[in-house]
Design a protein around this ligand. Structure first.
Ligand code: NSP
Length: 222
């Protein structure tokens, strides 16, 4: 029997739960996350999304088929048109000027995560790259659904982070994550155990780097 995407999560279950249910996420869901933490996250995430746009462009370069090219294009489009727009809206609402975003220094965790994924893609093939990207797209879709299931999650105007949660819960984002899972299911099915184990390392590392990224929001780390 072949591997599936769920086997990657099972192989690093502890890291995956620590990422999905991180304190930053639960505080955001309850609406109790300090504004400074979210601001810090937002600014670093702006820089993160620029690097991840490059990673989706790299995925286009590494593609062989029209379907793979379309997928890379969709990933890039969601970042540039949807996620980035929400960031800019929050920044405008919270008086973070555009020129500040353009001249921000990258925090170490931002550098570490984004360059790790770009390097995985440059060294490896499309599957390596999309496995390294999976905690980003599939992870945030899971986070939004997890938040939606929690009784403690505060909805509507009383939670300043409602727009963030809604965006990742949106049909567009959930659908993109579901089709990424499906593509990975097909690719993983016929792999040898040695190849699968190498992908587990990529997936685990990227998940650990996502955990660090939440943490810089709480620590306001540079
Ligand atoms: C750090 C991080 N990881 C994932 C996502 C969702 N694309 C994001 N915006 N930022």
């Amino acid at each position: 029997m072949g591997y599936r995407f769920a086997d990657l999560i099972d192989a690093c279950h502890q890291e995956w739960s620590a990422y999905i249910e991180h304190d930053f996420v639960s505080q955001l869901g309850r609406g109790t996350l300090a504004e400074d933490s979210f601001r810090h996250y937002l600014k670093q995430d702006y820089l993160f999304l620029i690097q991840f746009s490059r990673a989706y462009a790299l995925a286009a370069y590494k593609s062989h088929s029209l379907e793979e090219l379309r997928n890379a294009f969709e990933g890039l489009k969601i970042i540039l048109d949807t996620e980035m727009q929400l960031h800019l809206d929050y920044c405008a609402q919270w008086d973070i000027p555009r020129h500040e975003l353009e001249s921000l220094p990258e925090a170490r965790a931002t550098l570490a995560y984004t360059r790790y994924v770009l390097d995985a893609g440059a060294r490896g093939d499309l599957l390596d790259l999309r496995v390294a990207l999976a905690p980003c797209m599939v992870g945030y879709a899971d986070i939004a659904r997890w938040l939606n299931e929690q009784e403690a999650t505060l909805r509507g105007a009383d939670n300043p982070y409602t727009a963030w949660i809604e965006m990742y819960l949106s049909e567009e984002f959930q659908q993109a994550a579901a089709s990424e899972r499906q593509w990975l299911d097909v690719q993983l099915e016929s792999l040898s155990s040695a190849r699968f184990e190498r992908l587990v390392t990529l997936f685990r590392d990227a998940t650990r780097l996502e955990i660090d990224f939440w943490q810089i929001g709480l620590d306001l780390a540079e």
